[in-house]
Write a protein that binds this ligand. Structure first.
Ligand code: 13P
Ligand code: SF4
Length: 301
């Protein structure tokens, strides 16, 4: 029997749901019940009736699902799949800034560990960061961990004092202006679509800036025929599926999040069969980390 069929059978038998981020391999996206960006997947994880959530993504995604829905069993096909940026916060800096600004709100990108979330007032994703921060009563904001997304949000909200952290995504931050310009030269009619985790020099070249879902929605509504993609190559699966007549170009062979690619069909089957790699978040941490995640869902609504 084909591995995909076996997964389908087990999923039905065990009342499991498979969630996948746009960066996991194509064949995994193909068997998923829901594919999306971090914001969409967190809403699905919170509201599912399934007994088991198989989260095809990196650890902060599985952790967020377990925090939002503590009664469910959340399984990670590869327990080592992690996001480097999720750890890039110095907790002492949070304490220092809290002492300095009485009204400080610690705003935490969802790409962060459960522990970091416990020190935060509200979470955001790239799809809702501007809206959530705009809706906060606080003027002083410490945006963690991503300095690039933080800088982008700061530019959109000059009324706030957004203090930046120096975390970054190694994949998005490595994309260069030279690579974009070289692609633009080869494809002068192509629009450049970029994720806000990229550097300012890339964002300055963009025709559209947004989350993975934002990029996919932009292409669906846009009349152009060619696009240069400034994010991880996994989004190409959905982009090509929805727009078979359009052309998509990448800028370099390094637009790959290796950890996302750890997720394979074999590993999805393995966790469904054995119910291993269960995401464990201690009760106290779960309760504390739930507060900023729920506040995000409320303020982004
Ligand atoms: P999205 O929320 O835009 O899907 O981004 C998640 C991510 O990890 C980007 O690197
Ligand atoms: Fe983390 Fe970057 Fe991978 Fe996204 S692409 S999961 S931010 S390392």
């Amino acid at each position: 029997m084909l591995i995909a069929e076996r997964i389908k059978q087990l999923k039905e038998k065990k009342n499991a749901v498979i969630l996948a981020h746009y960066y996991v391999p194509d064949e995994v996206q193909e068997i998923a019940d829901y594919i999306g960006d971090s914001y969409y997947l967190s809403k699905i994880a919170k509201n599912t009736d399934a007994n088991i959530i198989v989260f095809c993504g990196v650890s902060f995604m599985g952790e967020s699902a377990a925090i939002l829905n503590p009664d469910k069993k959340v399984l990670m096909p590869d327990a080592k799949a992690d996001c480097a940026m999720a750890h890039m916060v110095n907790l002492e800096r949070i304490a220092e800034l809290k002492n300095k600004y009485a009204d400080l709100a610690v705003v935490c990108y969802i790409n962060s560990t459960a522990e970091i979330k416990t020190y935060s007032d509200v979470c955001v994703t790239s799809a809702n960061a501007i809206k959530v921060i705009k809706n906060l009563p606080n003027k002083n904001i410490f945006f963690i961990p991503d300095g690039n997304l933080g800088r982008y949000v700061k530019e959109q909200l000059p009324e706030k004092n957004i203090i930046l952290n120096d975390g970054y995504c190694p994949i998005h931050a490595a994309m260069t202006k030279e690579e974009v310009l070289s692609e633009k030269k080869k494809h002068p009619k192509a629009k450049f679509l970029v994720h806000p985790e990229c550097t300012k020099e890339l964002l300055d070249e963009a025709d559209y800036i947004g989350s993975t879902s934002g990029i996919i929605e932009f292409v669906a509504k846009d009349g152009n025929e060619e696009y240069i993609i400034g994010t991880e190559i996994g989004v190409l699966y959905e982009l090509k599926k929805q727009n078979p007549e359009k052309k998509f170009y990448t800028m370099s062979k390094d637009q790959i999040c290796t950890d996302m690619k750890f997720v394979t069909l074999e590993k999805v089957l393995d966790v469904l069969e054995n119910e291993n790699n269960v995401v464990m978040v201690g009760e106290e941490m779960q309760k504390k980390a739930l507060i900023p995640l729920e506040r995000m869902l409320e303020l982004a609504r």
